[in-house]
Design a protein around this ligand. Structure first.
Ligand SMILES: C[S@@+](CC[C@H](N)C(=O)[O-])C[C@H]1O[C@@H](n2cnc3c(N)ncnc32)[C@H](O)[C@@H]1O
Length: 335
């Protein structure tokens, strides 16, 4: 693990320095290395890094020297180590050599591939779901390409933080995704359908479409979330297989015209799940799967009891922290 002094150093530095053009490129590098930042494709060329290790006691003095010389730098330190690494990224080897002759240290070239965060504190959030899916908060094409290269056989889902719930970083979403992978494996290539109640960012609906669902209906009560979900489906190239509906989960489930589904996913909250439970069977095909989450360990008993009453058997539970996700099914009837 690396503890980074980068942001404070950079902020202080940028605040004090009248930035000149090569430093602007350097500032872009900070953005590139920051998951919340912006990729600037026009600066994708080899850069040069000057770097030097300094003792913790000497850090402030070194920072003052660099700031005094108008050098934009980062300061990083592995946890449990006393030495900090000061680095500055510049456009030419001459500039890097100049820093070395002035401050000592070393110089290396940095290929654009290395700019991309793959590990460490600045790397984008990555969640792996079995061997099938990687969810990331990154949305820059170049970062996504890099992730796809690293995980060539996985579906890459890109969900940057938005005004909609569902980036994969929440345990309830992660639990539902895990069950969707299992269900898709069990169902194989058989064309299955899914109803996603409370789709938020659309992450479960999009994952299902990517995992092989031939048709998904996704319902969301919140306008803003729904807009994000529609945009996210287009970004993932599955907009033709997902029907997005603005509305209430309860009304939709009970409305006859939508038909029955092989899978229902509902990452909501416990009281709504309990209220919906008696109505799930009418939206499910025989042997249909139900994936639910959004309830706490302490609420599990009540949710499962509501399932029992409705004829739904929960056979798999995932606990992440205080959150539970559960997979149930509607047993086949013999008549
Ligand atoms: C916990 S988030 C889940 C988002 C996404 N499905 C996921 O798994 O990450 C619940 C979503 O359900 C929506 N929601 C809450 N009550 C609803 C209702 N009665 N009908 C439809 N959507 C609802 C919320 O606006 C929110 O976007």
């Amino acid at each position: 693990m690396v503890e980074s002094g980068c942001s404070s150093g950079v902020e202080r530095n940028l605040a004090k320095v009248d930035v000149v053009s090569s430093n602007l490129i350097t500032r872009s590098i900070f953005s590139l290395r920051n998951p919340a930042g912006v990729i600037h494709p026009d600066v994708l060329e080899t850069l040069f890094r000057w770097s030097k290790f300094v003792d913790e006691e000497a850090l402030e003095e070194w920072e003052a020297r660099l700031i005094g010389s108008e050098v934009i730098y980062t300061a990083d330190k592995p946890v449990n180590r006393k030495r900090w690494q000061l680095s500055s990224y510049v456009m030419s080897r001459e500039e890097a050599d100049e820093l070395r002759s002035k401050f000592g240290g070393g110089v290396s070239s940095v290929h654009p591939d290395e700019w991309l965060p793959s590990a460490g504190p600045d790397a984008p959030f990555i969640l792996k779901i079995r061997s099938a899916i990687v969810v990331t908060e990154a949305d820059e094409e170049i970062v996504l390409r890099k992730i796809q290269e690293e995980y060539p056989d996985r579906i890459i889902l890109s969900f940057p933080p938005q005004l909609a719930f569902g980036t994969g970083s929440h345990p309830t979403t992660a639990g539902c995704l895990r069950f969707l992978v299992d269900i898709s494996r069990a169902r194989g290539r058989e064309g299955w359908t899914m109803l996603d109640l409370g789709c938020g960012s659309g992450i479960l609906a999009i994952a299902a479409a990517k995992l092989g669902a031939e048709r998904v209906v996704a319902v969301e009560i919140d306008d803003v979330a729904l807009r994000h979900a529609i945009r996210n489906a287009a970004r993932h190239g599955v907009e033709d297989r997902i029907e997005f509906l603005k509305g209430d989960a309860f009304s939709l489930l009970c409305g006859k015209e939508r038909g029955k589904f092989d899978v229902i996913a509902a990452n909501l909250f416990s009281s709504l799940l309990v209220e919906l439970m008696p109505n799930f069977p009418q939206g499910m095909r025989e042997s249909g799967d139900l994936v639910i989450s959004g309830f706490l360990t302490t609420q599990t008993r009540e949710v499962v009891a509501a399932g029992d009453d409705a004829g739904i058997q929960f056979d798999d539970f995932l606990r992440r922290g205080k959150w539970i996700a559960a997979k149930g099914c509607l047993p086949k009837t013999n008549d």
